[in-house]
Design a protein. Structure first.
Length: 590
């Protein structure tokens, strides 16, 4: 009888446990966060124009129309299209030089724009919809700027500080001070918290700035765009993996004191890379820019001013030619890998595997045996930087890449000396990617160094403080660099040890782009204001070589494009032959 009683009690305990487990499972099924799944996709625009992808938010919707930034025959314009698709129309704003869509008010009556014109950098404007006027706001901002719920206040960044304020600039309140300028900051739909991007990481704090902490601590890849669904239950961000840029979602739900969240789930994939989005008002659809990447290596004809395919228009950039002019190395696009081939395209050999890292500036050693290059790797170590830069060398006949330089200096831009015994390189201990959004361009932190390949010891080049983008002429006489702050072109004479800034006239602007030496070492070529120029060494003059205005260029690394030189110093660029169109993505929450 005793055993029977014990057995009955055990059966009772087991039954209760099963009931409680089933109830808990049923409760979790009811309250669990539900992740969106794309069930259908259709194309809304067919303009063939490039959508501007250089701001934290690229398209917004008022529920009936979608607003975005379009590049039309070289002109930046604000475009609009019905949420059902159809004809694209444009809003002309004479007072705003280079308008970029940033946000839309809750009731859809006001569009927040940022003017990225060279004469009005990062100036916010409020455009009354549907047709204006546009009113200049009293704010100056870097990148983060958005409406707070209720439409009467805004959230914005001034350098490395987040503020809230009324639209007229009154009642300004500091939210939080950050170690670096935020690339984006968005308030939750209930207005209680803020999520913001610092060096590719997502952070969160309350609206009063308290409780700041990393969100998605386990996420390693850099993030560039963030936002909530209208009900606040889904958080979407854009990041990239080996397949390219795509959208990821985290489902969230709060019940009483308990907060539930799903793991990040990729919600887009396939041949299109999605880089931006806006939720429909009911949260059942997203509007996103889908990008099909295709590049064409093109040669500039100085007589006609036109470009024609080079090496059969292979999708590649960052070309560098061997000293004998028989071989070329390059970085493929959109697959990021370093290859080499003969200049007619034959005997192709892949030297690195495709990667989610960004590879730039491969350079042949003078003896043709090694190729040095820089890798921008998603940061897993330095909390102060989105990317850690490393310099590698890979055998030109194939083999494992060898790490040459790494560390907090973020070494990049390797260039060989004429005898192949040294590498010149540059870096910046506090910069993410110099010249890219969110980067610190502090002249006191940048400098140029020379590595002795035999001893693996580096030394700082005298007079190079404040310069980067190191280049070494093929004859070994000159080393060049640029200032990330002033755009000054700096030249060091290796023979005399003297350094000076070379006058380049109107092309000296902050953030001046790519530079390279001519193959005969008589000129430095550079790009600025959408123009390629060259300056004769050692003191000029500077002259226009190619006008790239109105061209749509692309690159594995730089959104502003890259240019290179053939062995006879003709200009090469990578033209963007891909498409960027807006798609509607129907969602189901599971």
């Amino acid at each position: 009888m005793v055993r029977t009683g014990k057995a009955q009690r055990w059966r009772y305990v087991v039954a209760v446990a099963l009931i409680l487990g089933a109830a808990a499972g049923a409760l979790y099924w009811l309250v669990r966060p539900r992740v969106p799944v794309v069930t259908r996709m259709h194309q809304l625009t067919r303009t063939g124009n490039a959508k501007i992808l250089q701001a934290p938010k690229y398209l917004v919707t008022d529920g009936s129309r979608i607003y975005f930034t379009d590049l039309v025959k070289g002109r930046v314009r604000i475009a609009q299209v019905s949420v059902q698709g159809g004809e694209v129309s444009y809003i002309d704003i004479p007072t705003v030089e280079l308008p970029h869509v940033r946000d839309i008010s809750e009731n859809g009556s006001q569009l927040l724009l940022i003017d990225w014109g060279p004469n009005k950098p990062d100036q916010p404007w409020i455009l009354s919809l549907p047709n204006g006027p546009a009113i200049k706001t009293p704010f100056t901002t870097s990148f983060a700027f958005s409406f707070l719920p209720g439409e009467k206040r805004v959230l914005y960044a001034d350098m490395n500080h987040l503020f809230t304020a009324n639209l007229d600039g009154s009642d300004m309140q500091q939210v939080i001070t950050l170690p670096f300028a935020p690339w984006a900051a968005v308030p939750s739909p209930d207005g209680k918290k803020i999520r913001y991007l610092v060096n590719g990481h997502i952070w969160e704090c309350r609206i009063d700035g308290r409780g700041a902490h990393r969100f998605l601590l386990e996420w390693k890849q850099p993030v560039s765009v963030i936002g909530w669904s209208p009900d606040g239950n889904t958080f979407v961000f854009q990041s990239r993996d080996e397949e390219g840029p795509n959208l990821w979602a985290v489902a969230e739900r709060r019940i009483g004191p308990f907060q539930f969240a799903s793991k990040p789930t990729r919600i887009t994939s396939g041949p299109l890379a999605f880089r931006a989005w806006a939720f429909a008002k009911d949260g059942k659809r997203m509007y996103a820019i889908g990008e099909s990447k295709l590049g064409e290596l093109s040669l500039y004809d100085s007589k006609s001013g036109a470009f024609a395919p080079y090496m059969n228009g292979i999708p590649a950039a960052h070309t560098d030619f061997s000293r004998d002019g028989q071989w070329v190395t390059y970085v493929t696009y959109p697959e990021v890998a370093i290859w080499k081939s003969r200049i007619d395209g034959s005997e192709r050999l892949r030297l690195t595997m495709p990667t989610a890292n960004v590879l730039v500036n491969p350079k042949w050693s003078p003896d043709g045996r090694m190729i040095a290059y820089c890798s921008w790797e998603a940061n897993h170590v330095w909390e102060s930087s989105e990317f850690s830069h490393k310099i590698y060398a890979v055998p030109a006949d194939g083999g494992a890449p060898m790490l040459l330089l790494s560390g907090k200096f973020n070494p990049c831009d390797p260039n060989w000396s004429a005898d192949g015994k040294s590498l010149v390189y540059s870096g910046d201990a506090n910069s993410t990617v110099i010249g890219q959004p969110g980067a610190r361009s502090d002249e006191e932190e940048t400098e140029i160094r020379i590595l002795d390949v035999g001893s693996m010891q580096s030394r700082t080049l005298p007079g190079s403080k404040g310069y980067f983008s190191a280049r070494w002429s093929r004859d070994g006489r000159f080393i060049a660099g640029v200032s990330p702050v002033t755009g000054a072109l700096w030249l060091h004479d290796v023979e005399t040890g003297q350094s000076n800034e070379v006058p380049i006239g109107k092309w000296r602007v902050p953030g001046m782009g790519w530079i390279t030496f001519s193959h005969d070492s008589q000129y430095v070529y550079g790009t600025s204001n959408n123009q390629v120029f060259r300056v004769r060494l050692p003191n000029g003059p500077a002259e226009l070589v190619a006008d790239l205005s109105g061209m749509h260029l692309t690159d594995p690394a730089f959104s502003t494009g890259w240019f290179g030189l053939t062995p006879d110093d003709r200009v090469l660029v990578l033209q963007d032959r891909g498409t960027q169109e807006i798609y509607a993505l129907d969602l189901e929450y599971r």
